[in-house]
Design a protein around this ligand. Structure first.
Ligand SMILES: O=C(O)[C@@H](CO)OP(=O)(O)O
Length: 211
């Protein structure tokens, strides 16, 4: 067994609340989002986890979630690396549009395909595969080596950039990833084997209401 990797999706953002496609736009957390981050942080504190380093995106909602989590685990000054590679999937022309309006315009099925399929990009944006094409190499070169050295690493990022990682860690098929939604603020604790496969996964909270 080597180290520990903790993934957490940012708490609810203003645009999650307004039901808008967000992508690389940069809204703040809502009051609920702040609470979700606090709950996730508390769960990590209760589990006794201490981190060696944290990674996040260049977007506020992920950085603010990370700050709240680090306060809860008593490590407010932890070394943190911010990288665009961990940003949310770029939603292209859909960014800023209401998801229900988009369903009315293009139909429920098409919008679901854009939101959750593996390789169909939204107009002008990234598919999950495209997102993975930047997330996976970053994970392989910057994050995984630390975990394999035995470190405990925290990653605060986004619904789809984390789906790309979870797909690989959990060895999910293109069909399985279609159904996966990650809850906001719920940490996933992975222990990795020395060959970088998953030894165990523990979800510290409730994923069932995620959409
Ligand atoms: O709008 C977004 O950027 C994402 C995450 O909130 O939305 P979806 O869950 O539809 O992929």
């Amino acid at each position: 067994m080597s180290g520990t990797l903790v993934l957490v999706r940012h708490g609810q953002s203003e645009w999650n609340l307004k039901n808008l496609f967000t992508g690389w736009r940069d809204p703040d957390l809502t009051a609920l989002g702040i609470q979700e981050a606090e709950t996730g942080g508390q769960a990590l504190a209760d589990a006794g986890l201490k981190f060696d380093i944290a990674f996040t995106s260049v977007l506020k909602r992920a950085q603010d979630t990370l700050r709240i989590v680090l306060d809860k685990v008593g490590q407010p000054d932890l070394e943190t690396i911010r990288d665009v590679a961990l940003n949310e999937r770029d939603y292209g022309d859909l960014s800023g549009l209401n998801k229900d309006d988009a369903r009315e315009k293009w139909g429920e099925e098409q919008v679901h395909i854009w939101r959750r399929s593996y390789d169909v990009p939204p107009p002008g944006g990234e598919s999950l595969r495209d997102t993975g094409a930047r997330v996976w190499p970053y994970y392989m070169t910057e994050i995984l080596p630390r975990v394999l050295r035995g470190e405990t690493v925290l990653v605060a990022a986004h619904g789809n950039s984390l789906r790309a990682l979870v797909m690989v860690l959990d060895r999910m098929s293109k069909e399985e990833i279609l159904k996966l939604n990650l809850a906001t603020g719920v940490p996933m604790v992975y222990k990795l084997n020395a060959d970088s496969t998953v030894a165990s996964k523990q979800v510290l909270g409730d994923m069932s209401g995620a959409h």
